[in-house]
Write a protein that binds this ligand. Structure first.
Ligand SMILES: O=P(O)(O)OC[C@H]1O[C@H](O[C@H]2O[C@H](CO)[C@@H](O)[C@H](O)[C@H]2O)[C@H](O)[C@@H](O)[C@@H]1O
Length: 360
């Protein structure tokens, strides 16, 4: 396996916390929290400014949001970190509280892939998970129903994880399949369970071709076809070229009002406007497993990205289980707990396995 640079800290990473200084004068400024960050609701304003349809989009607004990955000063980050950790304590430190809360309930595990099971790397095609992580996830799936929920195309994420006993929800939950073998939690024959955006396939393929052509002049840009959605990566694009890339993407998407844009970690995500996301996928999977109206189910969702917030929010609203955000830096989140990086995720999963094996 070729070695490649692992991105240790991505600064604020496209994400959830947007430093105020990065808003351009053109974008309506939302009010700030005392620590200078913008709350989740106010962030919707920023996302509105990123709307691709209706001709109101300003490429500048996109670029400002892309720049939101700039870190604040180290001293400020240390202060923010400690306040944030008070509100989102380490799931490892809170392990006993977590398992106590789950007593008498069926734990169901939901795991994001990139940045959660595998470290973030420059080349999306080389985001391998370690053998140790795979072995841990295999043991986990022997103890609890377990699903991978990813922005990637389902086949691709399966090729990284290679565990037939899991549920897989690819394309941000728009392509769900049950275990093909070896799961005691299998409820139905191995088949596609849900593809709510299948009518968009021709459009996604068409836009993929256009984006490949349009962005080929921007060094480092990479377009990834995730079947029901597309990713335009700018991790390897020089910052001075971001506005050029944003303009290229905008020029394609303006003709496709049925597609919407969101952002992940140094990536522009393009997907159908249907009301379906990782949160809906979580609800669908709970239902498929027979836990739709159960009070004795305890779902745990672990993820690192903005798209995982939809699932964290669903758990918060249901008042069942909780979310764990994987992040080294403070981010506005609906998750209850935090873990710093994939190695801590592996430790947490292993402790769950040990706890389950010793609690019977
Ligand atoms: O939902 P996820 O499983 O977290 O997928 C979200 C996106 O992950 C991948 O991109 C991210 O990871 C890459 C590899 O570490 C990194 O190079 C990139 O900058 C990150 O954004 C994947 O390539 C995308 O298609 C997914 O949508």
């Amino acid at each position: 396996m070729t070695k490649q640079k692992v991105v240790v800290a991505d600064g604020i990473d496209m994400a959830v916390v947007v430093p105020p200084a990065l808003f351009s004068a053109e974008v309506k400024k939302p009010p700030l929290m005392p620590n200078g960050y913008i709350t989740m609701n106010k962030k919707k304003l920023l996302l509105q400014n990123l709307e691709i349809n209706g001709g109101t989009t300003r490429v500048n607004a996109w670029v400002e949001s892309m720049r939101a990955s700039s870190p604040t000063s180290n001293r400020k980050r240390t202060q923010d970190q400690s306040t944030w950790m008070d509100r989102h304590p380490s799931a490892l430190n809170m392990f006993d509280e977590i398992t106590n809360a789950s007593k008498g309930k069926q734990i169901v595990m939901f795991l994001d892939y990139d940045g959660t099971l595998s470290p973030i790397v420059d080349d999306p095609d080389r985001a391998y998970m370690s053998d140790a992580m795979r072995a841990t996830v295999r043991k986990l799936a022997g103890c609890f129903p377990t699903a991978i929920v990813s922005g990637r195309c389902r086949d691709k994420v399966y090729n990284f994880v290679k565990l037939a006993e899991l549920y897989y929800a690819g394309s941000h939950g728009m392509d769900i399949r049950g275990p093909s073998k070896g799961s005691k939690y299998k409820k139905s024959p191995p088949s596609v369970l849900c593809q709510p955006a299948s009518e968009y396939l021709p459009m996604i393929d068409e836009v993929y071709g256009l984006l490949m052509e349009k962005t080929k002049s921007t060094p480092g840009a990479k377009v990834e076809n995730n079947k029901f959605c597309l990713s335009v990566h700018f991790r390897c694009v020089e910052e001075k070229k971001w506005s050029e890339l944003a303009a290229q993407v905008r020029s394609v998407l303006k003709d496709y009002p049925k597609l919407r844009l969101s952002q992940g970690r140094k990536v522009l995500e393009i997907r159908p406007t249907i009301k379906w996301d990782k949160g809906k996928a979580l609800e669908f999977l709970l239902e498929s497993l027979g836990y739709a109206n159960c009070t004795d189910v305890f779902p745990i969702y672990i993820g690192d990205d903005r798209t995982d917030e939809d699932a964290f929010m669903v758990l918060k609203e249901r008042g069942q289980g909780f979310g764990i955000l994987v992040s080294k830096i403070p981010k506005d989140t609906s998750a209850s707990y935090s873990l710093q990086e994939p190695s801590e995720v592996m430790d947490f999963l292993q402790r769950l396995v040990d706890w389950k094996r010793h609690s019977w």
